[in-house]
Design a protein. Sequence first.
Length: 118
Amino acid sequence: QVQLVESGGGLVQAGGSLRLSCAASGRTFSSYRMGWFRQAPGKEREFVNSIRMSGGITYSASSVKGRFTISRDNAKTMVYLQMNSLKPEDTAVYFCVADPNGSGWSIWGQGTQVTVSW
């Protein structure tokens, strides 16, 4: 079973950038679809980005398209979320997630807080 640990969250001003990292344990990481979700205060969790196991195909929510980029390094068992042009509405807890067998996002990290101020 893969375990996920996020890092890289923090406080940033609007227009700034952050890069989130997700360290995954487990020897079968390269076969997993990986992604990021977020949850803002008082709101439901929402999909942000995902990436196929080969890293060649990615998907982004419309709210972050063109600003956020997901990537992965299978050799290092890491997933990254580069966030540029951050807006206050991007403030949320960001979760790294894994889909080990195509049946859904069944593995979740503990989350990392991102706060964007004016």
